[in-house]
Every structure is written in structure tokens, then in C-alpha cells.
Design a protein around this ligand. Structure first.
Ligand SMILES: Cc1cc2nc3c(=O)[nH]c(=O)nc-3n(C[C@H](O)[C@H](O)[C@H](O)COP(=O)(O)OP(=O)(O)OC[C@H]3O[C@@H](n4cnc5c(N)ncnc54)[C@H](O)[C@@H]3O)c2cc1C
Length: 424
């Protein structure tokens, strides 16, 4: 039973950047665990470009972005155990403060690893059909968009020829274009909400450029077909997202792709007793990305669903650096305050802040589309920061840097909210 300085669970972009963040701060005894046969996480199946514009100032494909990190991990000699599924994370019973990571590996068998620190970087999974309660039969031809992406881009199978996509998050949009390029006819992308959940650039490049209709405020109300999907009935929905009788339309198709949300993979975190945020589905963390368990850090999509991988890498590097600081015995700074989301803001990460921390960036998403607003950070009634914004949308994550000067003014809980421009 080896004792490591840092175990990183998940070898996607978050896990690799976290390991490198710690390595560059002098930590050498690091192990990355991943259940897949290669590093890279979800990026391995994202063969479209659009990755790395912020981080590398270049437009890369997902595998190219991942390969740059995987090469650095290899060059640094960081150990990776692939084909290894982590089953459990717990506190060591010897009072050392260590964590015990239990895993099963195709090569090494059953493993129990003692670690002084752990970074959670398990990413997220897609919401399946079972979570939707759509009436109908259970024919072949219903896939999550990510599963279809893996079939097309990695396995070389085409899931179908005539496709309807439910959900207009980025994966749904990307797959609308991908299926079209591979020769399928994408008949519609239906979105329950009155706005798309994806990035504006993906709506333009993946739907508009290919003439694929985006039906906002629409959902699939029935799936038809016995052996194979034969069509779906879609309907418009009202303000409370209920189907409007009489608005039904039958669309013949052989495939339904679901892109209806991502769920952070936090079974391990929950079982370990990590305090969770009910809105993000991820851990509650401080500005160092430390969870409620000392020495356990979280980053990437397991913490909150990111739109751009560049921000995943940035956050993960910070988590790795924080693990290194923890190993050096640098106590977290005192005076923790809560950061709360209010008035139009759905969530904020980190949810806790130390007032004497250095500069900190707040990441958040809004709950609706708002135009001509101010993003306001307050402590009580005191306005710490107010930033005008022409438009904010739920599909795009917002990032707000707070300087050390702003943080020094904090004397209580912080709120992040939207205000109408012009309002006092
Ligand atoms: C279809 C799609 C298109 C995208 N397009 C873009 C884009 O154009 N531009 C952009 O910047 N971003 C894009 N993204 C977002 C970006 O890919 C993600 O933000 C990023 O991959 C998240 O990184 P991660 O490391 O947190 O998670 P992941 O990449 O999901 O990695 C998590 C890793 O953890 C492993 N794991 C989980 N649980 C365990 C366990 N118990 N034991 C062992 N291993 C485990 C998994 O095998 C996986 O390798 C896209 C994402 C998707 C899905």
C-alpha cells in the first residue's frame, strides 16, 4: 500500500492540468488514475476544432489539445495508471489525515492507495432518456449525443440517417453538424427553453451554416416505433414548459439524439462526505478549489459544467497548485466568507472565499437571457464591483476577476447579482 503525495482521479484535461500544476510546484510523487485506455477524457472524441483559443491562442481539435497536455505529463514523468476505475475515496482510519483511494485496474488488479492529497477530476456524464419520462416505446435508435459522437468519431459507426436532436447544448449542436457532414439528414433540433443552451458560435457554425432548424420552446412528446425509431412527435411548450395541445407535429426519423444536460460524476465525492452544491451538482469549494474535506480538491466538469476547456485547464492548474501548497503545510488563509448567487445569477464558483486571498476569479452562469445589465458584486449593501454587460446567456459561463484590493474590502458574505443598467 503505497503513500503518494497526490492522487488525481480522472485523466481528462482537468486531471492532466492539475497534475502538472502540482508538478511545477515541486510535487513529484503524483499518480493519475483513469478508467479509459488513454489520457484526454471527453476531448478524445471531440474531433472538431475550437479548443484552446484562450490557452494556446490557437484553434485546436479536442485530441490535439489533449495531446499537448499528455505530452507534458509524459515529459515530466508523471505516473498514470489507465484502464483503472476508482471505486471509493475515504479518510484513512489511522488519523494521519491521508485519503484512501480504492481502485480496480486491468493490469494491477485491486488497489488501495494512500494519498496525502487528492484532486477530483472525474468530469461529467450525459443525462439519459430515463431522466426525461418521454412517452413511447423503447426502440433502437435513441442515443445520447455524446454516445453518438463516440460511435461516429471513434468507432466508425453511423447511428442513423434521419435525425432529430432534443436539446441545444453544445454537444447537441456539434452533433447536428457532425451527422450532417457524415451524410445524415438532421431534421430539427428541439429546445425546451426559449433560448439555446449552447455557445452562440456553435449555433451559427453548426446549425445556421447547414440550414438546420432550431425549434426553441419545443420538446419531443412521443417516440414512435417498435424495433427502430420511426418518428417523433414534437410540440411547442408554454411558459411553464408544458406542451401546448394542438401544436403537435410528427417528424419521421430513425434516430433521436438527446443532449439534455450533463451531470457531474460525483458519486465518489458524495460517498466520501464532500459537501455538495445542489445547483452545480459539484462540490462546494474555496478559492483554492479545496472541498469541505481538507486535502481534497476538485476542478473541471466534475466541479461545474464548463463551456470552454481553456477554463477547465486554468481551474485545474490552480487546484494542483493548491494541493502543492497544502503539502507544503501552508495553511489556508482565515476569514472565510460565503459567495452567494442572487437575482438572475444561478450559481457562483468558488462558493467560499478568504478575504486575504490574492486575486480571485469568480465563475458563474445566469439563469436566463438578459440584455443591458450590470454584473454587481456586493458585500452587504457595499458594491465591490459593477461591470456593464450588453448580453448574458445561460449557455456561456461568465468570469469575473476580483483584485486583492477588492477582496480586502470584504467584511461579510459576498453576493453576485444582475441589475438593470441605469438602476441605482
Ligand atoms: C461534445 C463536446 C463538445 C465540446 N466542444 C468544446 C469546444 O468546442 N471547445 C471547448 O473549449 N470545449 C468543448 N467541450 C468541453 C470540454 O471538452 C470539457 O469542458 C472538458 O473535456 C472537461 O474536462 P474534464 O477533465 O473535467 O472532464 P472529462 O474530459 O470528462 O474527463 C474526465 C475523466 O475522468 C475519468 N473518470 C471519471 N470517473 C472515473 C473513475 N471513477 N475512475 C477513473 N476515471 C474516472 C473519465 O474516464 C475521463 O477520462 C466540449 C465537450 C463535449 C462533451
Amino acid at each position: 500500500m503505497e503513500r503518494l503525495d497526490l492522487v488525481v482521479i480522472g485523466g481528462g484535461p482537468a486531471g492532466m492540468a492539475a497534475a502538472l500544476g502540482a508538478w511545477h510546484q515541486g510535487v513529484r510523487n503524483i499518480l493519475i488514475l483513469d478508467r479509459e485506455a488513454q489520457l484526454g477524457g471527453i476531448l478524445e472524441q471531440c474531433i472538431h476544432n475550437g479548443f484552446g483559443l484562450h490557452h494556446f491562442k490557437e484553434e485546436l481539435t479536442g485530441p490535439e489539445y489533449a495531446a499537448r497536455y499528455a505530452k507534458e505529463v509524459a515529459d515530466c514523468g508523471i505516473c498514470c495508471l489507465l484502464d483503472t476505475m476508482v471505486l471509493d475515496l475515504a479518510e484513512a482510519l489511522d488519523g494521519s489525515g491521508d485519503k484512501v483511494v480504492t481502485a480496480v485496474s486491468s493490469k494491477e488488479g485491486y488497489l488501495r492507495i494512500h494519498a496525502k492529497t487528492v484532486v477530483l477530476a472525474m468530469g461529467c456524464r450525459e443525462r439519459p432518456r430515463g431522466a426525461l419520462n418521454t412517452p413511447g416505446t423503447r426502440p433502437a435508435g435513441i442515443y445520447t449525443a455524446g454516445a453518438a459522437q463516440k460511435f461516429v468519431n471513434i468507432k466508425g459507426y453511423m447511428p442513423g440517417k434521419e435525425v432529430v436532436i432534443l436539446g441545444s447544448g453544445d454537444i447537441g449542436l456539434i452533433m447536428a453538424r457532425r451527422m450532417t457532414l457524415e451524410g445524415a439528414k438532421v431534421k430539427a433540433v428541439c429546445e425546451l427553453m426559449p433560448y439555446s443552451g449552447g455557445l452562440t458560435r456553435n449555433i451559427v457554425q453548426c446549425l445556421e451554416d447547414f440550414g438546420i432548424p432550431l425549434k426553441l420552446s419545443h420538446t419531443v412528446v412521443r417516440i414512435h416505433g417498435r424495433e427502430r425509431v420511426e418518428g417523433v412527435t414534437i410540440a411547442a411548450v408554454d411558459g411553464s414548459r408544458k406542451p401546448i395541445p394542438g401544436s403537435e407535429e410528427f417528424i419521421p426519423c430513425d434516430t433521436l439524439l438527446l443532449s439534455v444536460g450533463l451531470i457531474p460524476e460525483n458519486e465518489l465525492s458524495r460517498a466520501a462526505g464532500v459537501k455538495m452544491d445542489p445547483v452545480t451538482g459539484g462540490a462546494v469549494v474555496d478559492q483554492n478549489r479545496q472541498t469541505s474535506l481538507p486535502g481534497v480538491f476538485a476542478c473541471g466538469n466534475v466541479l461545474h459544467v464548463h463551456d470552454l476547456v481553456d477554463y477547465v485547464s486554468e481551474e485545474a492548474e490552480l487546484a494542483g497548485q493548491s494541493a502543492a501548497a497544502y503539502l507544503r503545510g501552508e495553511a489556508p488563509c482565515g476569514g472565510t466568507v460565503e459567495v452567494k448567487a442572487r437575482d438572475g445569477v444561478r450559481y457562483v464558483v468558488p462558493q467560499r472565499l478568504c478575504k486575504d486571498a490574492g486575486p480571485v476569479s469568480l465563475y458563474f452562469r445566469v439563469g436566463d437571457i438578459y440584455k443591458d445589465v450590470k454584473i454587481v458584486v456586493k458585500c452587504g449593501e457595499k458594491v465591490l464591483l459593477s461591470r456593464p454587460k450588453k448580453k448574458v446567456v445561460p449557455g456561456e459561463m461568465e468570469r469575473l476577476p476580483l483584485t486583492a484590493g477588492i477582496l480586502s474590502q470584504i467584511d461579510g458574505d459576498v453576493t453576485v447579482c444582475l441589475e438593470q443598467k441605469g438602476a441605482e
